[in-house]
Design a protein around this ligand. Structure first.
Ligand code: SF4
Length: 240
């Protein structure tokens, strides 16, 4: 841990849950947390849960003393990687309907395989959303990440912006619904052909969506100013 800190690591996220514990004993994770605390390196704990797995509350109950002053977060399991074939749909925390949230953490990242990816969340590792790889220069990749209509539309409106068009392109929505917006993002972009069509859709529609969003913001702000002015003039009329 000391060496990592000396090399510039500023924070660490460690995972513990039924799935990680198959490979890494929980004592080792607790030891990492203790070591981080000792050298004042920021550490957070992440716990992936399903309806049928262990839960963070139980873990906190057993290891609460070691976790004092540590940010602990329980996150719902998404059906990707091993979970796509090991976890039954009924164990996932899905909600019917289309997730309305915006893209929550679009941060250009480097995967363990050297891929430059748009986020570390569910859809971030999909080949269809790859920005490039580490053999390429980072500055043009970052420009691409910032300018690409697909990432911009995801940031501006969230994956829901693609939902209706995807259905028109043949996408079958999940009957049980989705866990969150990142699950919808994954489901939309996991099919390469559909992903390509959605990229074209983003290229054609992003500027219009941006214009609509600014117009809406401007109209809302303008109405607020008008309301404030009306209130002020009413107050001064009363005081006359
Ligand atoms: S919405 Fe998609 S791009 Fe944004 S953080 Fe989630 S998975 Fe990543």
């Amino acid at each position: 841990m000391k060496k990592l800190k000396e090399m510039g690591v500023r924070a660490l996220i460690v995972s513990i849950d039924d799935f990680h514990q198959e490979f890494i004993h929980r004592d080792r994770v607790i030891n990492v947390i203790r070591a981080c605390k000792e050298i004042h390196l920021e550490v957070k704990l992440q716990f992936v849960a399903t309806k049928s797995s262990g839960r963070l509350a139980d873990f906190l109950h057993e290891h609460g003393d070691d976790l004092l002053n540590i940010e602990c977060r329980e996150i719902p399991c998404h059906p990707v990687g091993r979970a796509s074939f090991k976890i039954k749909d009924e164990s996932l925390f899905t909600t019917k309907g289309v997730p309305q949230g915006l893209c929550p953490s679009s941060v250009m990242s480097i995967s363990a395989y050297g891929k430059v990816i748009p986020c570390c969340n569910t859809a971030g590792h999909l080949p269809s959303l790859e920005v490039g790889d580490i053999s390429q220069s980072i500055i043009p990749l970052h420009k691409k990440f910032l300018k690409d209509p697909i990432f911009n539309l995801l940031r501006l409106k969230g994956p829901k912006a693609f939902y209706e068009s995807a259905i028109n392109m043949g996408y079958n929505p999940r009957e049980d619904g989705y866990i969150d917006q990142c699950h919808l993002c994954y489901d939309l972009f996991k099919n390469n052909q559909l992903a390509e069509e959605l990229k074209d859709f983003a290229a054609e529609n992003f500027e219009h969506e941006l214009y609509e969003t600014y117009l809406e913001e401007y109209t809302n702000n303008y109405s607020q100013i008008l309301n404030m002015n009306n209130k002020e003039s009413n107050t001064s009329n009363h005081s006359l």
